[in-house]
Design a protein around this ligand. Structure first.
Ligand SMILES: NC(=O)c1ccc[n+]([C@@H]2O[C@H](COP(=O)([O-])OP(=O)(O)OC[C@H]3O[C@@H](n4cnc5c(N)ncnc54)[C@H](OP(=O)(O)O)[C@@H]3O)[C@@H](O)[C@H]2O)c1
Length: 202
């Protein structure tokens, strides 16, 4: 398979890319590093990427940002950061990418445990994650050409513990091989419309 992984150089993406590269052709997309340059916040950038790349068999997004801050410090514009990047960035990747996905191909998006088990400072990322879960379930009913779509929702991953541990009291970090398996299940399995939850504390 020819697999496009947006965010494939990131903390999670790096492990996912390394795994799929053993058996498949992997193309990594990112704003600064990778095989193709793309900013998912901008539809034009997504279109330009696919025009240069052509068709692929699987599209993974392991990228997208949202602001973490106390709710009483969040402005309207602060919420738009997550809506434009992690939410609409992934929606636009599917909206545009369906024209560049081979028949039978799959989309795999990324959210996180905050959709189901939020912690303080996460009103924006939790909102966005929940929206993507609903989007995936709904759009899976309408995709054509045998296209599938799933989302991997992981808890705090082991490789990010140093950065985020203080925000997640009592959460058990998720081993990287378990997170990778969420993406494998989506890409190599047959399911669609699934929220693949990789949690360890519920
Ligand atoms: N870390 C965790 O514990 C955890 C748990 C559950 C869910 N998640 C979610 O999983 C995703 C990846 O997390 P991570 O920890 O691996 O993040 P990360 O280490 O910051 O990596 C993110 C990757 O995405 C790329 N990227 C970011 N914004 C982009 C954009 N607008 N367009 C294209 N590429 C973009 C970055 O590359 P460039 O800078 O080159 O663009 C980078 O390679 C995030 O959405 C995060 O919320 C993370």
């Amino acid at each position: 398979m020819k697999i496009l992984i947006i965010g494939g150089k990131g903390t999670i993406g790096n492990k996912v890319s390394t795994h799929f590269a053993k058996k498949h052709e992997v193309i990594i997309g990112g704003r600064n590093a990778g095989d193709v340059t793309v900013n998912i916040d901008e539809s034009k950038s997504i279109e330009d990427m696919f025009e240069s790349l052509g068709k692929v068999d699987a599209i993974l997004c392991i990228a997208g940002e949202a602001k973490w801050a106390a709710f009483d410090e969040m402005s309207e514009d602060d919420f738009y950061i997550g809506l434009k990047s992690k939410l609409m960035g992934q929606v636009n990747l599917v909206r545009i990418g369906q024209n560049y996905l081979n028949p039978g191909g799959s989309f795999t998006l990324t959210t996180g445990i905050l959709a189901d088990d939020p912690v303080v400072m996460t009103s924006s990322p939790a909102l966005v994650n929940g929206g993507i879960h609903s989007f995936v379930r709904a759009v899976s009913l309408e995709l054509k050409n045998g296209h599938r779509i799933n989302v991997v929702s992981s808890g705090l991953v082991e490789d990010a513990v140093d950065k985020y541990e203080a925000y997640f009291p009592g959460h058990n970090p998720i081993p990287m091989n378990k997170v990778v398996n969420g993406y494998v299940k989506s890409v190599e399995g047959k399911g669609t419309g699934q929220i693949i939850r990789m949690y360890d504390n519920r």
